[in-house]
Structures are given as C-alpha cells and as structure tokens.
Design a binder for this molecule. Sequence first.
Ligand code: MN
Length: 159
Amino acid sequence: MEGEAGLPLPCPWQQPTSHIQEKQLMKEKILIVEDNPLNMRLLEMVLSAKNYTLLKTTNGEEALDMAMRERPDFIIMDIQLPKMNGLEVARKLRETLAFSHTPIIAITAYAMKGDKERVIESGCDAYLSKPINTRELPGMIAEMLLQRRKDNPSTNRNE
Ligand code: MN
C-alpha cells in the first residue's frame, strides 16, 4: 500500500490518534493535582476542550483520598504540593493494586538535577517541567491512555 506521493503509508502504530479513538477517550477521568491556580486553570482549559471528565485538587492528602474514591484513569501530578508532595502521593498510589498501572505525569516548577530520577523512582511514568507545553500535553495524554488500554483491555470502559 502506498500513500499520495508514492511514499509508503505509516505503520498503524505511527498514525495519529484518530477521531474515533479520541471519542472513546471522552469518558476518561483525569485527576489534576496542582496548587498553583493559574497552572490549574491552564490545564483545565487545555483538557476540557478534549471532553475528559476532570477532577481537581490542590493538595497531596486530598489527591490520595480523591483518587481512592473516584478511581481516575489518568493523573497529572504537581510535585511541590501542600500537605504531601506529589512524589509521595505517587508512591502511595503505586502501592495500591487499583493504581499499580494508572498513567501518572509529574509536573515540576524547577527542573533540577536528579529530578527525573526521583520522579521515575516514585512510580510516575513521565515528567514535564513548567511552563507546561499545552500543544504537546493533550496528545501525550491520549497516547498514554490508549497504550494503557492496549496493555490492559479490561480497563476499557466501552466494553
Ligand atoms: Mn506546586
């Protein structure tokens, strides 16, 4: 099979997220943990355009409670948080079977040496430094959610 200019079509796994796949992700619950109001508003704006169900909290303790109660499909976790820092929350979530594989993106204000190692050690899957790249984030989340579904079809809400 060949594309328009006689070039081979990209492999299926390289094709961009299709409209249908994006629609399937509409029901996904995303927990945003962020104590900076401006950053929270930014994340909310970017993600509400994608029709996810958004859950929000500004501190680590509540993030843990909310996660246990609401079972989000995806978590965006600021690291510097009141009460319990984001890495500690991530570590505790990973100890729970229900959250052993939930995608978590950590966000930090200061990119410091050793940050990446600490983030990965805590169990987070990915790491972003502020200012958040609002162009990249939605695609990154969609990809991680779809990958999670492929790895574990039983989490598919549309079944
Ligand atoms: Mn913070």
